[in-house]
Design a protein around this ligand. Structure first.
Ligand SMILES: [Zn+2]
Length: 123
């Protein structure tokens, strides 16, 4: 069993496209999903603290217990939890990756953008 991990928005429209993309991208059977509304805003701002901690605890379980070695961080078009333009979200994805890479040094981390056609683009 091979796992990878995603930190994705809770938005139902982005779940299946992202899971399908990551199964192929990382040759993984299963994708552990950590969801919040607009998680890249939370991780880029590193607040609210309780949500940052909750995300890190869940990521640690996926890495520790499921042996996940790859992670994707996702921003998307039309995000209700993070209603800012694409350019800002892309920067938030990059800031999130930088923050997470400091805590999980050996994890391979990529950024994804889900566009207005619900297609996945790698950043
Ligand atoms: Zn969203």
């Amino acid at each position: 069993m091979k796992f990878c991990t995603v930190i994705n928005c809770m938005d139902g429209r982005v779940q299946l496209p992202v899971i399908t993309y990551l199964q192929k991208r990382f040759n993984a059977e299963y994708v552990d999903s950590i969801t919040e509304p607009g998680p890249v805003r939370i991780l880029a701002d590193q607040q609210p603290q309780h949500l940052v901690e909750s995300i890190l605890i869940r990521l640690n379980i996926s890495v520790d217990k499921h042996g996940s070695g790859q992670l994707a961080v996702v921003g998307h078009h039309g995000c209700a939890g993070n209603p800012v333009e694409k350019e800002i979200q892309v920067q938030q994805v990059k800031d999130s990756i930088r923050f997470l890479q400091r805590q999980f040094e050996t994890l391979e981390i990529i950024g994804l953008w889900v566009n207005e056609h619900w297609q996945v683009e790698e950043l």
